[in-house]
Design a protein around this ligand. Structure first.
Ligand code: SAH
Length: 394
């Protein structure tokens, strides 16, 4: 037996081993018969069947419904070397041409609860589970050792940390604090990324390829970008030759950043609106306004499937309004980043919205997060971002 983990064991209830045997990396509290030994939060334990067969090694999360997260399926030592190797492997799997990239994508990179985004020489890290917290020093050292990295900032301020009994934490860990905001380049456009205060780690890297796709749909079109954040889709619409762009967000600071980003790229022609999208879309409907291309990229309405029903109503509402606002032959690019709404359900919601709007529409593309956000086949929850391009009949 490998050292370390062997002193603690988590026993699975009889008949509840199935998902583990299918290599799903989460062990829910309801499947746990008992824990032997006295593991502290984040410590490694052996996961055993009711017959004491070793099924996995995992990190213990005593306060979370997800009671343990699997590091590996065989009995092996989890130590700083293991952590460093996983991080090196994750980094090696990224395209070397992307200097702004997600380096580590949680479970799908074999690193449950760990997210690392690279912006040039700076890595922004999120440690979101007890296991991630336990291995903090090893993780930070391994990231700081990657070639080309001089600074590491921690942005562990996501709500999910509370579920693990962890406090939010936002702090520079390595290197002198970078000048913030930082400037990053994506598809030839320059953006300020506020890694200290911005959403998530500062930028929505997951939409990289989809922002490029929008460019191809908008030549001479009148575009509406809903939930525009720092202007990613709007700037790409202008770069793709849109005739006019209207961009809506409810946050004044992100709109100010979006405007600065447009100016930085010498792009003009965006009507920036500080408004609630739900209300703004109704206002456009009542005012008889029409758009040729509409982007809907809302925040996460359903963090888990428990929120799916309420989220479904919100998705239906904005998609229905968007279908009504499209000019004949127009295109809707619509997303859900809710883990609790899977691709099948999202497509059903959008189909219901088109039906209620009284339009015929076809799906012309199924969209996903960029390739640096891989999805482990045994962990479909990893596919959190799904999108559709729907074209309505002319
Ligand atoms: N499309 C963006 C990311 C969108 S993130 C990109 O590619 O970078 C979601 C955005 O929705 C955030 O900027 C948030 O401020 C905004 N938001 C959340 N609820 C809103 C609402 N009800 N109305 C308008 N904006 C909202």
């Amino acid at each position: 037996m490998a050292g370390g983990a062997g002193i603690h064991s988590l026993f699975i209830k009889p008949g509840r081993e199935k998902s583990l045997k299918r290599r799903h990396p989460w062990i829910f509290s309801g499947a746990v018969a008992r824990v032997e030994g006295n593991p502290s939060p984040g410590e490694t334990l052996l996961v055993r069947s009711s017959g004491a067969e070793i099924l996995a090694v995992a990190a213990y999360s005593p306060y979370s419904q997800i009671r343990a997260r699997v590091w590996d399926w065989q009995d092996r030592e989890i130590d700083a070397e293991f952590i460093a190797q996983r991080i090196k492997n994750a980094a090696a799997a990224r395209r070397t041409t992307d200097v702004c990239t997600r380096l580590v994508h949680g479970e799908s990179d074999g690193m449950p609860g760990i997210v690392a985004d690279r912006y040039g020489e700076t890595v922004v890290l999120q440690l979101l589970s007890a296991g991630a917290e336990y291995w903090r020093e090893a993780i930070v050292s391994a990231i700081a050792d990657l070639p080309g990295i001089t600074r590491v900032m921690e942005r562990s301020d996501a709500d999910v940390r509370a579920l693990e009994g962890l406090r939010p934490r936002s702090v520079w860990l390595r290197g002198a604090p970078a000048e913030t905001p930082q400037i990053v380049t994506e598809h030839g456009l320059r953006y300020t990324v506020d890694i200290e205060q911005g959403h998530k780690t500062g930028f929505y890297l997951d939409q990289r390829e989809n922002r490029l796709l929008l460019r191809k749909l908008v030549s001479a079109k009148n575009v509406l970008d809903c939930f525009c954040y720092t202007g990613g889709f709007s700037l790409n619409a202008l770069a793709g030759g849109a005739a006019a762009v209207t961009a809506i967000d409810s946050s004044a600071p992100v709109l100010a950043a979006a405007q600065a980003n447009a100016a930085r790229n010498n792009l003009c022609g965006v009507e920036w609106m500080e408004a609630d999208v739900f209300q703004a879309l109704r206002g456009f409907r009542d005012g008889g306004r029409r758009f040729d291309v509409i982007v809907l990229d809302p925040p996460k309405f359903a963090p888990t499937s428990a929120h799916a029903e309420k989220a479904a109503r919100a998705y239906k509402d904005i998609n229905l309004l968007a279908f009504k606002l499209l000019s004949p032959g127009g295109a809707l690019m619509t997303y859900s980043c809710s883990g609790g709404v899977n691709a099948e359900l999202f497509q059903k919601i959008v189909a219901g919205a088109a039906l209620d709007a009284g339009v015929d529409a076809v799906i012309s593309a199924w969209l996903h997060a960029a390739a640096d956000h891989p999805v482990m086949l045994s962990f479909p929850e990893g596919e959190y971002l799904k999108g559709l391009v729907c074209r309505v009949r002319a």
